[in-house]
Design a protein around this ligand. Structure first.
Ligand SMILES: [Cu+2]
Length: 343
């Protein structure tokens, strides 16, 4: 890319704000082919025939990047706003509804999916250590489900494994999960009934418990949660595949926090170009010795918290480094986004 084009692209998304909050209820527009089967890696590798010439291949790669730039800032739910709650005495009450939906991951690619409150992943639930919570889970799907609070210390009968801790929540039923938040950190919630199908189809979300003592938290300009998923609806970050992922937009001098969560079946080594990542917590627990890296391997079920000091201006690719999760002959796809550092 020559300098002129690079500058134009940089300006195109410079100035887009950090993760939007307070967005209204999300309505997923279904523009493409409904019910398309999950694309295999081989399909992606072959989506540009081998006989195309270099110019045609390059045009397709450029078009995908341009779609990403054009879509920047246009998905207010990509960085999930925290779920609203009501108070019942001292208890914070959240409502989750499980539904079968059609979910578009990238332009024209729509999958049959499962959603909490219409979103894949579900809404972020964010509370504080010591909070008493009740989460009412209503099942409007055609199969039973449960919810497991992954990483969260809960009473045994609230752990959400079908027939181990509770009978499954049958279609049409509601189950109330109640507990007090005891361990701060970056946690998750997901189905634990027919979970291989239900979690990979979208029944997953971030469950963040902020520490009661805020002095334990690093000071940051902004924070972003990247939930990784694979298999049933393809390689996704927060339910979207490149070019429908969103960039992280920061200013030079900012310090940002990224919470990684892997809800997929595969390991995803996340590589940030240009700037190292300081890993300071694993599975919600602070590390005794934080460490720097440029590629962080995230296994299924794991969460990592990292800090990025945005010292280097420009557009920095940020992607899974298993390259079949990120790029094909047709251009970048799947687990790819960009960190934009404005001068
Ligand atoms: Cu990957």
């Amino acid at each position: 890319m020559n300098e002129h084009i690079a500058r134009r692209r940089f300006l195109k998304i410079a100035g887009i704000g950090a993760g939007s909050v307070g967005a209204a209820a999300f309505t997923q527009s279904v523009a493409g082919t409904v019910g398309r089967a999950a694309p295999q890696v081989a399909d992606h590798l072959m989506d540009v025939p081998r006989q195309v010439n270099a110019e045609e291949m390059d045009q397709q790669h450029e078009a995908v990047v341009n779609t990403f730039l054009d879509n920047a800032g246009k998905d207010p739910n990509f960085w999930r706003p925290p779920l609203e709650f009501t108070m019942d005495g001292d208890v914070k009450v959240f409502e989750l509804v499980c539904q079968e939906v059609q979910w578009e991951t990238s332009p024209g690619t729509v999958f049959p999916a499962m959603a909490y409150n219409g979103l894949v992943p579900g809404p972020e639930i964010r509370i504080t250590e010591g909070d008493q919570v009740r989460i009412n889970v209503r099942n409007e799907m055609t199969q039973s489900t449960t919810v497991h609070w992954h990483g969260v210390v809960v009473p045994n009968n609230m752990d959400g494994v079908g027939y181990v801790n509770q009978p499954p929540i049958k279609p049409g039923e509601t189950f109330a999960y109640e507990f007090t938040a005891r361990n701060a950190g970056s946690h998750m919630y997901h189905s634990h009934h027919n979970a291989a199908e239900q979690v990979s189809s979208g029944l997953l979300g971030a469950f963040i418990i902020e520490p009661a003592d805020k002095s334990r938290e690093p000071e940051v300009t902004a924070e972003y949660t990247l939930i990784l998923n694979d298999t049933t609806i393809g390689f996704t970050i927060n339910g979207k595949s490149f070019p429908y992922t969103q960039p992280i937009v920061a200013n030079k001098g900012d310090r940002i926090r990224i919470r990684y969560m892997n809800e997929g079946f595969m390991i995803h080594p996340f590589h940030l170009h240009g700037i190292p990542q300081l890993v300071f917590a694993k599975d919600g627990y602070h590390l005794p010795a934080p460490y720097l890296c440029d590629t962080l391997n995230i296994a299924p079920g794991e969460r990592y918290d990292v800090l990025v000091d945005c010292t280097e201006p420009g557009l920095w690719a940020f992607h899974c480094h298993i390259l079949t999760h990120a790029e094909s002959r047709g251009g970048m796809f799947g687990m790819v986004t960009v960190l934009v550092v404005n001068e």
